[in-house]
Design a protein around this ligand. Structure first.
Ligand code: FAD
Ligand code: MLT
Ligand code: ZN
Length: 489
């Protein structure tokens, strides 16, 4: 509630009645498909659907619906639209901008029961699957067929592919496999009036009119519910290697990135950045021993994916020799087996979770020209330090200002780790940070989306004409405004 000081429940939306609950129970059948706190007081079961992964945003729904098919989703939405009941689509509930949980009493429509792989064509690599399939499950299914899901991220064990598409998630290998706007070939969605949009093409090329599926990619549940996805998947690389290294300056991080692109070119599959402080927080939270002896202000993780393990390893070793010889990289390690491979990745993937164990986090997911990428962290740290917020003991609200992210995509995650959420700290960062980004023509949300966290700030990255067009599109798809209200625009 404290998270939404500027929001008021819109009285145009109806309140859920016992009759509504009876309708949904009749439609969806099994008990597990309807979690109902309206006619019973089973509120305990509802809680996880009301609160987000960061436990920063909390809604007050009393009804969670889990349709088991596209047809059921259609009937649910049509009913809600006719009754003017507001809804929130929800996948794995791992979103980081408060978009997946209700603000007030919106009905949660969760996709977890739509979890079947529909088809896979080995020749083309096209997978067609329900929206509620968990990302890791999809990737394991593909692994058994020598293919790879072209998206990977730290929340893979819980997030749904429908949620990935709805947020246009970027992740750890976008550098290599591209964005979902390119890999998603088609999708199936349900509009609020119950219309089933069958755009589940499996074609790579299809220039017949507006590419309407693109509108759903990154729409964050505001125009309809994605019920299935068709996506092109690359062959699983036979050899995957990872290197982790320490560097003395951001200038050298940029040089290393250039060298990696030049020397590893077609086998480079990830180039990730972690600053020293972010790795310190992982140590603090996990107690794990850091892979390098010395301490450095910057660390990078490089992954290669190719078809010949020996060739790739030789290339990676030569690359490391070169960059160390030239004094670009101070120290580095190469994973020697699968366990070390996973362990090195944990130093990057585990930052988000480590931060979540240490108190609150103000998260800024930004895209700015590469040369200025880390300056944002330095400027933020300087500003908060000057204002007296940063310090090692409990009396200072800010524990750390950290930066990490997808260097290869010019995507920085600036995180301000606080002992407790603190309005004064928040006011010191926002809108200052958005102004900083606007001045450099950057994006205030590179990959996490707008949700409720960034809705007020879209104007820092989109002009008035763009916002007006977006509002007009929203009205075409969702004239009653029942889809994920109070969010996005
Ligand atoms: P949810 O959180 O349930 O929903 C997210 C949004 O999509 C909401 O607005 C919701 O209403 C909407 N939505 C969900 N399903 C549907 C549907 N079927 N139809 C229509 N709308 C729907 N993001 C990145 O981009 N890159 C990362 O590297 C990354 N790493 C992460 C690491 C961790 C540890 C965590 C916790 C999150 C990370 N994220 C990352 C955030 C990312 O957005 C999500 O992890 C993921 O894409 C969301 O999927 P989900 O199923 O959990 O969606
Ligand atoms: C990541 O890259 O780790 C994710 O986007 C999550 C985060 O920003 O913390
Ligand atoms: Zn990220």
């Amino acid at each position: 509630s404290d998270a939404y000081p500027n929001l008021k429940r819109d009285s145009k939306f109806a309140e859920i009645s016992a009759d509504d609950v009876a309708f949904f129970k009749e439609l969806l059948g099994s008990e597990s498909a309807v979690i109902d706190g309206v006619t019973t007081d089973a509120t305990d079961d509802i809680e996880p659907f009301n609160s987000d992964w960061m436990r920063k945003y909390r809604g007050h729904t009393r009804l969670v619906l889990k349709p088991g098919s596209t047809e059921q989703t259609s009937k649910v939405l049509k009913y809600c639209n006719d009754r003017k009941l507001a809804v929130v689509p929800q996948g794995g509930n791992t979103g980081l901008v408060g978009g997946s949980v209700p603000v007030f009493d919106e009905i949660v429509i969760n996709t977890s029961r739509m979890n079947k792989i529909r088809s896979f064509d080995e020749a083309s690599g096209v997978l067609v699957a329900d929206a509620g399939v968990i990302l890791e499950t999809a990737d394991q299914y593909l692994a058994e067929r020598n293919h790879l899901f072209p998206l990977d991220l730290g929340a893979k064990g819980s997030c749904h592919i429908g949620g990935n598409v709805a947020t246009n998630a970027g992740g750890l290998r976008l550098l290599r496999y591209g964005s979902l706007h390119g890999t998603v070939l088609g999708l199936e969605a349900v509009l609020p009036d119950g219309t089933i949009v069958d755009a589940l093409s499996t074609l790579r090329k299809n220039n017949t009119g507006y590419d309407l599926k693109q509108l759903f990619i990154g729409s964050e549940g505001t125009i309809g519910i994605v019920t299935a996805v068709s996506i092109i998947c690359p062959p699983r690389p036979k050899a995957v290697n990872v290197a982790y290294f320490g560097l003395e300056s951001f200038e050298q991080v940029q040089q290393a990135y250039l060298a990696a692109k030049g020397q590893l070119s077609e086998i480079l599959s990830a180039f990730e950045l972690m600053d020293g402080r972010s790795q310190g927080l992982v140590i603090e939270s996990t107690g794990n021993k850091h892979p390098l002896e010395g301490e450095y202000p910057f660390y990078c993780l490089i992954e290669t994916s190719g078809s010949n393990a020996e060739h790739d390893m030789a290339k990676l070793e030569t690359f490391l020799e070169n960059v160390m010889g030239e004094g670009i990289v101070a120290d580095g390690v190469l994973a020697q087996d699968e366990t070390q491979f996973q362990a090195l990745w944990r130093w990057r993937e585990g930052i988000t979770e480590a931060l979540s164990h240490l108190g609150g986090t103000y998260k800024y997911d930004v895209s700015i020209p590469l040369s200025d990428l880390y300056l944002l962290v330095e400027d933020t740290k300087a500003r908060l330090t000057e204002m007296g917020f940063v310090g090692d003991d409990e009396s200072f609200p800010v524990r750390a200002v950290v930066g990490y992210g997808h260097m290869g995509d010019s995507n920085l995650h600036l995180n301000v780790s606080v002992r407790h959420y603190n309005k004064d700290v928040e006011k010191a960062i926002e809108p200052w940070v958005y102004e900083w980004i606007q001045k450099r023509n950057g994006s205030i949300s590179a990959e996490h989306g707008l949700g409720v966290a960034k809705r007020e700030y879209i104007g820092y990255s989109q002009n008035e004409t763009m916002v007006k067009l977006m509002k007009q599109l929203k009205a075409v798809y969702d004239p009653n405004g029942i889809m994920n209200p109070y969010k996005y625009i």
